[in-house]
Write a protein that binds this ligand. Sequence first.
Ligand SMILES: Cc1ncc(COP(=O)(O)O)c(C=O)c1O
Length: 396
Amino acid sequence: MADFLISLPALEKNARLLHETGVRSGAKVLLALKAFSTTSAFGTIRPWCDGCCASGLYEARLAARHMGGHIAVFSPAYREEELQELLHIAHHIDFNSLPQWRRYREQCLAHPRYLSGELQFGLRVNPCHSTGHTALYDPCVPGSRLGIPPEQLADADLRGISGLHFHTLCEQGAEELIETFRAFEQHFGKLLATPEMRYINLGGGHWITKPYYNRGALVSLLQEIRSTYNVEVFLEPGEAWAIHTGVLRATVLDVFESLGYKHAILDVSASAHMPDVLEMPYRPDVFALHPGGADTPAVALPGEEYRKAGEAGELTHTYRLGAPTCLAGDVIGDFSFPSPLSPGDTIILDDMAHYTIVKTTHFNGVPHPSISLLHADGTRSTVCHLDYSDFEHRLG
Ligand SMILES: Cc1ncc(COP(=O)(O)O)c(C=O)c1O
């Protein structure tokens, strides 16, 4: 049975780094739940985390029930009943358009939690400055629906607004954030400097836990923003908390040749279990169990030895790794191995904790991988096992 395996020690390592960044800079560092929502692992993150970034009511409820701390919510649009509940549990609610803010403003400003200072409202703005290379993940593309463009705020009535929020980065460094912040300042710096402004949220996309990330430059920028504008500063990375903490362990179901290719069909699907492989698209690192192998995936089990798969043709046996679904393009990629694959072999797809587990579906009724935690003492516990009844019930 396929299994998402998440390492708690690896999560803690990332969490400590993010916490340290927050302590050094004075910024608050939130976990973006859209990237990682496995609540059974929250005990490892909680001591190092200032709270959560939620994309709407469900994630905000999850944050309130399982993490605690600060809850910052941003959604491109709120339903009336959703906002009613958010007013009770969120600390920041950021709006994506002036019409939505105007529609809800009077009820927001009359809420006891706003009047007591426990709850604040902000606007997501668009700094109109792209640093990314993939349009799918770039909120600054022409025609973007995400964030209010500068000209709309010029003479707007912003009574009740005390925060600004932007999110434009994706898997990027401190350099891209600095560049984006300078663009933000040109458009919105005067507004941020007004006495009404109490916070700025710099969104996610910061690859802070990558070994080469320039944390010193980030800390300097965050300190500069706090002292120049006298505002609280928030970061809400998702990926940085969970990168290099999880793998998807799959099993080879069949091996055959067709039209000049050797195919290995796995018990997992890119479309159903790793959609970013097709959407981004990207090629995950792949490992096979191999006695004497000296390579290590993000999560290694005691007693197992691994060999990293090569590019097609690099090692002796090349296979196209594919899914047990009807989708012709449901292929993880062409990889080569030092020895032939056989049914029953274990294949490890690396780095599958963030944006993977949260996006899975039951497409084609492929059994859903279980979710397990690897503890510091090397023991493993399964925290989620979905079966046929889950498949049947969620489809109505
Ligand atoms: C508003 C917002 N905040 C935070 C994040 C988290 O980004 P990442 O996981 O890339 O750090 C996202 C991701 O799309 C986002 O849209």
